[in-house]
Write a protein that binds this ligand. Sequence first.
Ligand SMILES: NC(=O)c1ccc[n+]([C@@H]2O[C@H](COP(=O)([O-])OP(=O)(O)OC[C@H]3O[C@@H](n4cnc5c(N)ncnc54)[C@H](O)[C@@H]3O)[C@@H](O)[C@H]2O)c1
Length: 403
Amino acid sequence: MTSFNKRVLLITGGAGFIGSHVVRLFVNKYPEYKIINLDKLTYAGNLANLKDIEDKPNYRFVRMDICDFEGVLKLMQEEQVDGIIHLAAESHVDRSIKDPFTFAQTNVMGTLSLLQAAKTFWESQPTPYVISHETTVNVPCRFYHISTDEVYGALEMTHPEGIEPPFTTKASSGKHHLAYGEKFFTEDLKYQPHSPYSAAKASSDHFVRAFHDTFGMPTIVTNCSNNYGPYQFPEKLIPLFINNIRHRKPLPVYGKGENVRDWLYVEDHARAIDLIFHEGKVAETYNIGGFNEWKNIDIIKVIIQTVNKALGRVKLETSETGETIETYPDMDLITYVTDRAGHDLRYAIDSSKLQRELGWEPSLQFEEGIEKTVRWYLDNQPWMDNVTSGDYQKYYEDMYKGR
Ligand SMILES: NC(=O)c1ccc[n+]([C@@H]2O[C@H](COP(=O)([O-])OP(=O)(O)OC[C@H]3O[C@@H](n4cnc5c(N)ncnc54)[C@H](O)[C@@H]3O)[C@@H](O)[C@H]2O)c1
């Protein structure tokens, strides 16, 4: 841990899904820090995600576009920002297929603009803010870029029936514990992005590393697998399906539902970000994930079972052998639809470097995490209604007018 007690951190995209968990963790855990949440509040940004901490004295929200170079530079100067955790991005693959320009603008140009603003401000400061190739450890300023495992492209599914994975974590310690191939994404793998989203994220990762290699900017990049948990915008699989099951609406499953993803509870990602921001080595890349692979169709079945149990919809039937078995009536909501263009078959991340070097482990077992997540969406129906009706977009005007 660095010896700086008072820090001013700029967290971008803090009104989004993962960003809101990171902001909450830092605001509560580090009352001596000042946390500035910079967010443009696109359709994916929702300040209601941060209701519980918005009045804390060490928190400030600024509505701004990361592409606004002058605005960001002025804010950094005014607040004397010494650390950046950059999460702001366009994040939905389906949207990137419809509108790749917005993804290049925000994810590539926005990241570049933020890097250039940080470089301009930090270079203008007396030591210890000076950036140089020599000061690669324990430098006070730090640019931490949050990226995705999707930049690595797709892995082959050599074992569709599943094999024993090489590694276990708390996340994957449940009944289902399989890998669907022998290869995993490691930090040294070549980037092979396939979607406009992952191509834009890959490009932003390259810019971040280039700012280290060219200017000595103290950067860190992490690539994380799929996150799940509270406050996720319901265009993404898990909240969308929980809400659809609740309202008995069809569950559109791409292709045959065979695509494999590694899943991590969002608070475990936030904990990893905290650890890496403080103790990660400058210029390093760390993969974050749970060694927790699931086929989409299997995850959907777990969600249906969990929601049906929570809503008391489980039926008891007698099998041919006379046994009493549970059945889940909402299984028939599953509707197979045409696959997403260029849909990557398998993502599986190897996060053993992070475990080995910094001692991070997921804290939550997956089925427990899903149960917790289902419970949260069912208990927070007003949050869901607010998002699905579009009312959340008025929250900023209501909350911040006159401030
Ligand atoms: N969700 C995942 O499973 C996952 C996994 C790995 C990595 N990531 C990465 O983590 C980050 C956060 O993902 P998320 O799922 O929370 O995304 P999200 O879509 O929920 O949130 C993105 C946030 O960024 C803000 N934003 C968008 N464009 C902006 C701009 N131009 N200026 C300022 N703010 C802007 C939005 O208003 C929103 O609050 C992204 O960089 C994403 O690539 C996500």
